[in-house]
Design a protein around this ligand. Structure first.
Ligand SMILES: O=C(O)CCC(=O)C(=O)O
Length: 341
């Protein structure tokens, strides 16, 4: 990552601090916390998905060993010389990316590594970047991905149970399908500090505003904050970092499955002037041919479908054709004269 002086920051998205203060709340204790040991957690979970499309999970059951190994792997990878990181290939879409996000001109103050989550892809990327011990990298990523997928499925089953949905795996079945491993994504992000920001009235965008196209995203970070979420009323809220917990984003596909009862949360990351942020995200996707459409059992008498159904392949194509901040769900809004699916 090249260190830039302020004039050279120009091509990167920036927001004025005074704007951020008026529109961004530092009032952070409104973020819902789901304690998986709490017997009422199913109810809290449904409310969090409806109101925020975002929540923090504690008592999640993912072992410290799994988390510390993936932290070690991420730290080691991002500290490699650029030429070594580039051995993972340009992020096209999988591989190592630096500042460029996606194929349509979006940029951010970060570098990242993106991989599919099937063991074959993880093994391939491990071999390309870790010459001395690819097996350590490979096992750490596989273990981490399995653990967070399991957590995502448990949360999705709890939601289905609380909402009285049958079968219980109506949501989690998308992620449990072996073919979804090729579509689900594991991403490690590194946002270097940007000291030029310290005396400036600007905030630099690390990762621009967007929603995740998938079903559920499981995110954790080191102790550097930067993530912000957008509330229903358009106010941005800073999410305090907590390396011991996981944060979950409802993605576009889950919003569609619930006919808009759950919100796909818009979020972004702002760069820090002093500290590096490292985050890792598991994006749980349907398989390529899986059909995503409002679940009939969630429609009340006379309720119209807000979205047309689509296959994940169709939605992915729309996502790749759009800019990061675009609202892709708009393309799939139902025309209410259409036949019910
Ligand atoms: O770094 C973060 O906290 C969020 C990253 C993110 O939104 C993404 O990778 O899609």
């Amino acid at each position: 990552m090249v260190v830039l002086s302020i004039p050279v920051l120009d091509p990167l998205p920036i927001i004025k601090t005074h704007k951020a203060i008026s529109k961004t709340s530092s009032y952070t204790d409104i973020i819902p916390v789901i304690d998986l040991l709490d017997p009422r957690c199913g109810n809290h979970l449904v409310r969090a998905c409806e109101e925020f499309g975002f929540f923090k999970v504690v008592n999640h059951g993912v072992s410290f060993d799994i988390i510390s190994r993936i932290e070690g792997v991420a730290a080691k990878f991002f500290s490699l010389p650029l030429s070594d990181k580039e051995r993972a290939g340009p992020a096209n879409p999988y591989g190592y990316g630096n500042r460029r996000i996606g194929p349509n001109g979006d940029v951010g103050w970060l570098e990242y590594l993106l991989s599919q989550t099937d063991p074959g892809s993880i093994s391939q990327i491990s071999k390309s970047i870790s010459r001395d011990n690819p097996n350590f990298f490979c096992v750490a990523v596989n273990d981490y991905v399995s653990a967070v997928r399991k957590l995502a499925c448990e949360l999705l089953d709890l939601l289905a149970k609380e909402m009285g949905i049958e079968p219980r795996n109506a949501f989690s079945g998308f992620l449990r399908d072996e073919k979804s491993e090729k579509e689900s994504v594991f991403r490690m992000n590194h946002y270097p500090p940007c000291p030029e920001l310290q005396s400036s009235s600007y905030n630099l965008i690390g990762f621009g505003e967007h929603s995740d196209p998938q079903i559920f995203s499981v995110l954790r970070s080191n102790s550097t904050s930067g993530l912000q979420i957008c509330l229903k009323d358009g106010i941005w809220v800073a999410v305090p970092s907590d390396p011991h917990s996981f944060y979950i984003n409802v993605g576009d596909s889950l919003e569609v499955l619930t006919n808009g009862k759950f919100r796909s949360v818009r979020h972004r990351v702002v760069a820090n002037s002093q500290k590096s942020r490292v985050s890792m995200v598991y994006f749980g996707s349907p398989s390529l041919s899986a059909r995503v459409a409002p679940l009939a059992c969630l429609l009340k008498e006379g309720e119209k479908r807000k979205y047309k159904g689509f296959t994940w392949s169709e939605y992915k194509k729309a996502a790749y054709a759009s800019r990061l901040a675009d609202n892709r769900l708009d393309l799939f809004k139902a025309d209410n004269n259409e036949e019910r699916e």
